[in-house]
Design a protein around this ligand. Structure first.
Ligand SMILES: Cc1cc2nc3c(=O)[nH]c(=O)nc-3n(C[C@H](O)[C@H](O)[C@H](O)COP(=O)(O)O)c2cc1C
Length: 244
């Protein structure tokens, strides 16, 4: 029997399944499952993960083994078993959520202690390219795509460091629209679902599909900002905050 294609989605949102990021992530999962993938979503905010203290134990004393006995051990095992890793996060101060960052820092124990220099970059020795692939899913409150420049750059390097291939990026600005005006994002979200299906059935995601998924749905960032302001004022009024 053919082995099922395994996907591990790591959602770094502090709002876990209630957040905007999860909406986009679930669209991808729906497509992947329709093509027969076995998917698991891991909510980092619900896991017990200690911060890497850079104590050096995993480098010098017990190579590859961290001093902490928390949820990271099972997370690393699941990551190693997956054919595809999904890194999902809200944009927080132009980067990933602190929970996700903390989890990624703990991957230090999985990397070789020694380095090599190739293609003008320093890599851990163990990071030979594997067949494993990754995709990223990010949502941001701001309406402009500039909001994803830093987080995308960071993940391109992290994924390259891990020796795996980035198969696609999905960036959704003005994330409140996922709730307040989902129709506006319908064709982009459909392309996310199709991408999930395609990576399982074809092993990659076509450029045209990625372009469609990241297609523009904000006509004018300034008008979108005005809509956001109205939404915030309405929410404050509903919560009786007395400041307006
Ligand atoms: C602490 C914090 C920092 C944020 N920083 C940014 C930011 O730098 N740029 C941006 O566009 N949105 C920012 N946002 C908005 C979130 O990226 C946005 O609401 C996101 O979709 C939330 O995803 P979630 O509901 O899955 O947690 C920030 C939100 C919080 C709570």
């Amino acid at each position: 029997m053919k082995k099922a294609y395994k996907i591990l989605a790591i959602n770094g949102s502090h709002r876990s399944e209630k957040g905007f990021t999860e909406i986009v992530l679930q669209k991808f999962i729906t497509g992947a499952e329709s093509a027969g993938a076995q998917c698991e979503v891991l909510h980092v905010s619900k896991k017990k993960i200690m911060a890497c203290e850079s104590c050096g134990k995993c480098l010098f004393e017990t190579p590859g083994v961290c001093k902490y006995n928390d949820d990271m051990e099972s997370i690393i095992l699941k990551m190693e078993e997956a054919d595809l890793l999904i890194f999902a996060s809200p944009v927080y101060f132009d980067s990933m959520s602190s929970n996700l960052k903390k989890m990624i820092e703990r991957l230090r124990s999985t990397l070789d202690a020694f380095f090599e220099f190739k293609n003008k970059r320093t890599y851990h020795l163990k990071t030979n390219k594997t067949k494993q692939k990754a995709v990223t899913i990010f949502t941001a409150g701001n309406p402009e795509r500039e909001s994803f420049v830093s987080i995308s750059r960071v993940f391109n390097r992290i994924i390259d460091n891990m020796g795996i291939q980035l198969a696609g990026e999905f960036n959704f600005p003005a994330s409140h629209l996922l709730i307040s005006d989902p129709k506006r994002l319908a064709s982009q979200l459909e392309a996310v679902t199709m991408s999930g299906k395609e990576i399982v059935s074809e092993g990659n995601i076509k450029k045209e599909l990625l372009e469609k998924a990241n297609g523009e749905y904000i006509d004018d960032p300034e008008i979108t900002l005005q809509q956001m302001t109205q939404m915030i004022l309405k929410m404050r009024k509903e919560n009786n905050m007395g400041r307006i």
